[in-house]
Design a protein around this ligand. Structure first.
Ligand code: 26V
Length: 811
């Protein structure tokens, strides 16, 4: 590849002022920061576009094998700084912006987050796009161009209020519409079998068509000419109005179909780890999958003239079960449009689709009602019946008719279509996202499938884009790493290990401490500007940020804080390390318990923060609207990372990795990727507590009685009793107390908070003690950073490329 062309500050200034003139008809003196942001984005877009065209050429002339990463979510965050960084233009762009009279940091802050995802799963997809591109893997991401991303969260009177996230006004600066690559997606109607001279055909009539218009976001890799695309499908009606209805005077009805079509890409479903069989969600899934598969097939045909080699040239990676309909959709195209027989089509499909599972929570598994699929997707339904019938026959033969084995593995069963089972049946690889999670898939969730086809099952532990989550968001730490001679880490994350040479170097350790302190101050300044809240930067920043879910146990954290508060009130001399507790979490709008826990955090915060007994010792702050761009400021400032899910429930976690890389120490359970963090860190560099996954299962098996913990632990009893009494703001939390002690229809304390309380408290005592010894703390922090290299997404992508995709990557 030719050397990277670079641009000077002067050249960038010229390009930016040119865009301001041509696209917005104004000189820089008249430009607002919005114009300026768009102009900068357009300049970088042009640069990336040059590379994209060259990449496309190379992929097609060299007939390279490609990855297609299908995900209903890509939580991209901001792109201006990221693209400038990856293009090696951050310094000259910053200088150019400043020279044109704007503040570069303010300009970066004007960009809205592209919040096309809920949490971990969507952010993972975004990190993987960066790594695939940097590692020069020919790859395309596909998703929906939601008009509204994840809702914006406001806290009003302690409670979550959701506001629409209308990001496209500025966010579309990165999107390139490709009208000529529009695909048609069909819903509803009837299918008939037709026989004529040329044989058997399937005739689909009476359907509604929705147009899928691609909006491409081009992705720059780091220090490479390679570029990839994130293709976001926008739903449009084929007709602006129904002229028949319009001319007969039915004006509203005439625009109804258009409105219907366009609702498909209107909004991202804000549930995370919770499945509801909503027909609009199914429409979204099929719309996105059908457009994507048609687009891949169309390009393949144009290049090779046949689909016979399709599976040799493409791997379709499906991110959770949400894009599962890619399987029957590719079958449909091969059978109905390309004239393949069943066996030949099935061979192609089952050699190119691979599935990543991201959750073991039963309530998150997708099981679509048969009725819904039948009416909305009649041809897909026929294909599903055929796949399911053949699979069931194979299973019946294999298990000698043992229905207790066949039934749980069936695809269509009890009037439902089980998407995970379809994936396990049709995909050539199934992977979990951490060692523990992949083990649970094999031993439990997909146990019998694993015994039948063990070669399908594998693990790829998640990773994060360490260029964004360390180098770009924590420039001071990046500088220290370079000064320690580990500058190679940007493309060789393992090089971070070199830091460990300095673990007894007092100078390096104190510099690490100063960097953390400075990052805490800048974060506090930002919080003060945004919300007026003043954080105590002398206290330990103890942080739990992630979606709000009972299994993640934010409530355990709060119970412990209440207990600390009670001790402080009892005894002003109670010895403990001052803490500033920071929470950030969105609750799914329909998840009442999660919303109640947010309210509880705010009630406790209110009480604690105005009590003089807590001054300089205990502070609790709920950070509104947790999102990618907030996380980028918070990670560098965090000291203790709360990763406290019930063991066996968190598939991996990726926040845990971001904290570790920024030198925070972890207080956590042996769950998800925490297990692998513990493996590299040893007991001495992490604060572990709580039941192990196996112990959780055993305890549940034996019949867990949370009430006994309550009765036998007076501190715990007092905390739970306080929930019943409330916190002086009129809000009642007896419902949460009841849930812990008696259940609420379900099992009491389903996530074993009370069982782990004591052990959690002990771990906090240990963390507090180490914090009082800054040298020891900084040493542990340095070891955490040094050993975080395996959690770089580059490592994950190398694993995928080698174990699943069979695609070479940049050396
Ligand atoms: C399910 C559904 C059901 C339909 C409505 C929308 C929706 C959205 C998300 C989900 C399942 C999400 C599963 C998930 O987010 N898993 C998380 O994946 C992370 C990346 O692998 C991992 O780090 C987290 O532990 C895991 O919870």
């Amino acid at each position: 590849m030719s050397a990277l062309h670079t641009y000077s500050k002067k050249e960038l200034m010229n390009l930016i002022t040119g865009k301001l003139r041509r696209n917005f008809g104004r000189d820089v003196e008249e430009a607002t920061s919005l114009h300026m942001f768009k102009a900068c984005a357009l300049v970088l877009r042009d640069i990336i576009n040059e590379r994209q065209l060259a990449t496309e050429d190379r992929v097609s002339t060299e007939h390279l094998r490609q990855v297609h990463y299908l995900s209903l979510e890509f939580l991209m965050g901001r792109s201006l700084m990221k693209n400038a960084y990856n293009l090696g233009l951050l310094a000259p762009l910053t200088a150019a912006i400043e020279a044109l009279g704007f503040s570069a940091p303010d300009l970066f802050e004007t960009e809205p987050d592209a919040g096309l995802g809920n949490g971990g799963l969507g952010r993972l997809a975004a990190c993987y796009l960066d790594s695939m591109t940097t590692l020069e893997v020919p790859a395309t991401g596909y998703s929906i161009c939601y008009e509204l991303g994840i809702f914006k969260q406001k806290i009003v009177d302690g409670q979550q209020v959701e506001l629409p996230d209308d990001w496209l006004g500025l966010g579309d600066a990165w999107l390139i519409p490709k009208m000529d690559e529009t695909e048609e997606v069909r819903f509803g109607g009837k299918v008939e079998d037709v026989w004529d001279q040329s044989g058997h055909h399937v005739k689909h009539t009476g359907y509604d068509t929705v147009l899928a218009v691609p909006k491409d976001m081009e992705i720059a890799g780091y220090a490479t000419q390679h570029s990839n695309v994130l293709r976001l499908w926008d739903a449009k009606s084929p007709t602006p109005v129904d002229m028949g209805l319009f001319s007969s005077g039915q004006y509203l009805k005439a625009v109804e179909q258009q409105a219907m079509a366009e609702t498909i890409s209107k909004i991202l479903y804000p549930e995370d780890n919770h499945y509801e069989g909503k027909s609009l969600r199914l429409k979204q899934q099929y719309f996105f999958v059908s457009a994507t598969i048609q687009s891949i097939v169309r390009k393949h045909r144009a290049e090779y003239g046949t689909l016979r080699n399709f599976h040799q040239k493409h791997v379709i990676q499906i991110n959770d079960t949400h894009p599962t309909l890619a399987i029957p959709e590719l079958m449909r195209i091969l059978l109905d449009e390309e004239g393949y027989g069943w066996e030949a089509a099935w061979h192609i499909v089952t050699h190119c689709v691979a599935y990543t599972n991201h959750t073991v929570l039963a309530e998150a598994l997708e099981r679509w009602p048969q009725q819904l699929i039948q009416t909305l997707l009649p041809r897909i339904w026929q294909i599903l019946i055929e796949i399911s019938g053949r699979y069931q026959q194979e299973l019946t033969d294999y298990f000698h008719g043992d229905l207790s084995k066949v039934a749980p593995m069936a695809i269509i069963w009890g009037g439902e279509v089980r998407m995970a089972n379809l994936c396990v049946c049709a995909c050539f690889k199934v992977n979990g996202v951490s060692a523990l999670h992949s083990d649970i898939l094999k031993k439990d969730v997909f146990h019998d499938a694993y015994l039948r086809t063990p070669e399908k099952f594998t693990n790829v532990t998640n990773g994060i884009d360490h260029r964004r989550w360390l180098s770009e968001c924590n420039p001071k730490l990046d500088e220290l790493i370079r000064d320690c001679g580990c500058g190679e880490y940007l493309l060789r994350p393992d090089a971070l290990q070199g830091l460990e040479r300095y673990k007894d170097d007092a100078g390096v350790l104190s510099r690490l401490g100063e960097i953390k302190a400075a990052n805490k101050r800048s974060f506090a300044a930002w919080v003060a500007r945004e919300s007026g809240v003043v954080l105590n930067t002398d206290a330990m920043f103890d942080v739990q940020v992630k979606r709000l879910h009972e299994y993640k146990r934010q409530l355990l954290n709060v119970l412990h804080i209440i207990s600390l508060y009670q001790h402080l009130k009892d005894d002003p001399h109670f010895s403990f390390t001052p803490r500033t507790y920071l929470f950030g979490a969105k609750a799914a709008p329909g998840y009442a318990v999660a919303k109640k826990i947010i309210r509880l955090i705010n009630s406790v915060a209110e009480l604690v923060n105005r009590d003089p007994a807590c001054k300089d010792r205990l502070q609790v702050v709920f950070l509104e609207n947790y999102r990618v761009s907030l996380a980028e400021q918070l990670m560098p400032a965090s000291e203790l990372s709360e990763q406290i899910s019930t063991a066996g429930k968190e598939a991996s976690g990726t926040g845990n990795m971001k904290f570790m890389m920024n030198g925070a120490l972890t207080i956590g359970t042996l769950d998800g990727a925490n297990v692998e963090m513990h493996q590299v860190l040893g007991d001495e560099n992490i604060f572990l507590f709580g039941l192990k996954a196996r112990e959780v299962a055993e305890m549940k098996q034996k019949g867990y009685k949370s009430y006994e913990y309550y009765v036998h632990n007076p501190d715990l009893k007092r905390v739970v009793d306080q929930l019943n009494l409330g916190f002086g703001d009129g809000a009642a939390y007896d419902d949460l107390a009841r849930r812990l002690l008696f259940g609420d229809g379900g099992p009491a304390d389903e996530y074993l908070l009370l069982a782990d309380f004591e052990s959690y408290r002990d771990a906090h005592v240990r963390a507090g003690q180490v914090y009082l010894d800054p040298t020891r703390w900084n040493q542990m922090s340095l070891v955490n950073i040094a050993r975080s290299g395996i959690f770089a997404a580059d490592r994950s992508i190398r694993d995928y490329a080698r174990e699943i995709w069979d695609i070479p990557v940049r050396a």
